[in-house]
Design a protein around this ligand. Sequence first.
Ligand SMILES: [Zn+2]
Ligand SMILES: [Zn+2]
Length: 347
Amino acid sequence: MPTLFKYESGIKFISKPDNMSLIADPTTTKAASNCDAALITHAHTDHSIAFPNKGIKVYSTEIASRLYESLTARKPKNTHFVDFNKKIKVNDIEVKFILAGHLLGAAQIILYFDDMTVCYTGDISTNEMITVPKAEIPDVDIDVLIIESTYGKADLMFDSRERTKISILKWITDSLQNKKIPIINIGHLGGAQELTAFLNEMLSVDIYCDNRTSEINKIYKKEGISLNWNSFDILNDTEFRAENSVIILPRALKEIPEFLKERRIARSIVTGQAARFAFSSFEQAFPFSMHANCNELLNHVQTINPKKVFTLYGFDSEFAAIVRQKLKLFARPMKLAKEKPTLEEYL
Ligand SMILES: [Zn+2]
Ligand SMILES: [Zn+2]
């Protein structure tokens, strides 16, 4: 019997004859509990819900588990750590984690079933950045590629990351020159560290962030990423140099910290979603993302050259259509794949 795979609040694989079931990035505890083991690609909470549940055998990188803990203040349980590029056995199935970029400790997962080899990318970035390497290409032929499609739409306008970073830099220096404190909202796991590392390289300003981001920064630093920052939660007001400071806030945080309330400020947001939405309550919105854009995703698919492509998250239908048109490969959204779950049916 062939291996079955389908989307069931996560990517579920059922391997015959003994009905062993694995789930990658389950999004509900129930979906994870129904399986023999859960694989987690990275620490973002839309992928990592299975960590704190001790009834579930979880496989992830050690860094992902540590980042999850500092992000959520919840302790991972029953987690087996996986090294990059080392095949391991999860129950009877061989599995390998390879680099995904995106954020520290993030993995793409290769699963070697008897009848097919699958690569599930999780979230990826294919461009080398300061804090993360680029996503690796599997060193085996891939039958089924399950790829994220967060920004998989052709008309989303992303400038190059370098140019966007320079625009952010210019906005910061302009704000400081106008005697305003620049405040930047950005994802506090992934984006905040990349921006901090970049600003450290380019400017001699003091960078302040909240305690939670600060804890994440510490994990990055421990992994050898050079970061310099201060936490404003433990700020001594006398040491704050308004004319030479940049504030980094978590992306969704609307309120500004108390110590900034009487001061002149300028606000911007950094998120890939700025390629889609105006964010008019901010002076500037910069479309910088730790996710691959449409072209980068397409290049990733082309380089891997799998037999079948399934897309997941964001613009899944749109990206599947682009893969079909441009690469002439079989491609469809993962979530519609329930009815035809076996590879055999597609061949
Ligand atoms: Zn992510
Ligand atoms: Zn995600």
